[in-house]
Design a protein around this ligand. Structure first.
Ligand SMILES: [Zn+2]
Ligand SMILES: [Zn+2]
Length: 362
């Protein structure tokens, strides 16, 4: 039995209830969850802006300790400290084989329709697993290709935020953009993902790092993490200011919010040949585009889901960056809360003020 945060009806928040986990199948891992960050993507499902089968357990940014493994599991063992990642990969589809495992749809990492469910209520009713993880629970039962072992010196509350926000932000700089030292980067939105972009841009040796956010406290955090300039996103002249500061526009403009206006700002801030990268989950009817002159100027536009990670390689490297003092996760985490306060944590997120709330389990 484990206590978990259940989403039953969008718009009504989460309810804490007891759930039961099946025995691990051959490639499955049972994990005692130690920490789970609250991510804006959870909110899209909790508030009903994106659909999901119900009831389900949200949460997809977690770290924990392996309790048990299935008969065929080779990558982790009981007692290992692990970070989970929603980019569960099958290992044999076109995307996996061509090195773009973040695009894998991961069908073979889930149980088949006729197999008994991984998670049930005490009365046997199935509970749907969200994004291969369902981490807002004292335990997780996941495919071995949805977690990776890390150095035990790494504090698990800080390890948790590597699972989504930091993998997305840092992966965008290292994997999707492959920023060359000296290139300029604008970051639109300074929540957990945006701050990780700023921090990774500094690690990569970016030249100007221009952080844009409407809230002064988030701009202040961006300066701590390496922003060389900050701007108010609500200023109607924001694009003009970025172009002025960067002498004609930035090489990379990274949207880390999921709003039409910030995506449009990313495109407007580009220099000739520059690339806009959209990371946020925008409302489903949004469209971002390049005009005729943008295309004639060699500008580019792309998505970079989950930072186009290869998380089994990337996550231990990010842990190493933290342990060496290069990656600042302490600034990204605003508060630690118990599972019972998960709804309050999401309310704080709706208000827009905190960088990252992390649920910690004893
Ligand atoms: Zn997330
Ligand atoms: Zn695959």
């Amino acid at each position: 039995m484990a206590r978990a945060a259940i989403l039953e009806r969008p718009g009504e928040g989460l309810r804490i209830a007891e759930v039961t986990y099946a025995e691990p199948g051959p490639h499955e891992v049972l994990i005692d969850t130690k920490a789970c960050g609250l991510c804006h993507s959870d909110l899209h499902f909790i508030d009903g802006h994106y659909p999901h089968a119900l009831p389900c357990i949200p949460g997809h940014e977690a770290a924990g300790v392996v309790r048990a493994v299935g008969s065929e599991v080779k990558t982790v063992k009981p007692g290992d400290h692990v970070v989970s990642c929603l980019s569960a990969f099958c290992g044999h589809c076109e995307f996996c084989v061509t090195g773009r495992m973040a695009l894998c749809l991961g069908g073979d990492t889930r149980r088949g329709k006729d197999a008994p469910p991984r998670i049930t209520f005490a009365d046997g009713t199935p509970v749907n697993q969200m994004l291969n993880l369902s981490a807002l629970s004292e335990q997780m039962l996941i495919h071995e290709h949805a977690c990776v072992a890390i150095d035990k010196a790494m504090p698990l509350d800080r390890a948790a935020v590597l699972g989504c926000a930091v993998t997305t932000g840092a992966g965008t700089i290292f994997n999707a953009c492959k920023v060359t030292p000296g290139e300029s980067v604008a970051v639109i939105g300074c929540g957990g993902v945006g701050l990780a972009v700023v921090n990774a841009a500094r690690i990569a040796g970016a030249g100007q790092i221009i952080a844009v956010d409407p809230l002064p406290e988030k701009r202040a955090l961006a300066e701590v993490l390496g922003a060389t300039h900050t701007l108010d996103a609500s200023d109607p002249d924001a694009a003009k200011q970025i172009i002025g500061l960067s002498n004609g526009g930035v090489h990379w403009a990274i949207e880390a919010v999921g709003r039409q206006a910030s995506a449009d700002l990313a495109v407007a801030a580009l220099r000739r040949g520059g690339t806009a990268v959209i990371l946020g989950m925008m409302p489903l009817d949004c469209k971002v585009g390049l005009g005729a002159m943008d295309l004639l100027s060699g500008k580019k536009l792309m998505g970079a889901i989950m930072g186009m990670n290869h998380f089994p390689i990337d996550l231990p490297r990010l842990v190493d960056f933290y342990l060496r003092g290069l990656l600042d996760l302490d600034t990204i985490i605003a508060e630690r809360i118990p599972l019972d306060q998960v709804n309050e944590g999401f309310n704080t997120m709706r208000a827009g003020h905190s960088a990252r709330s992390v649920v910690v389990f004893d």
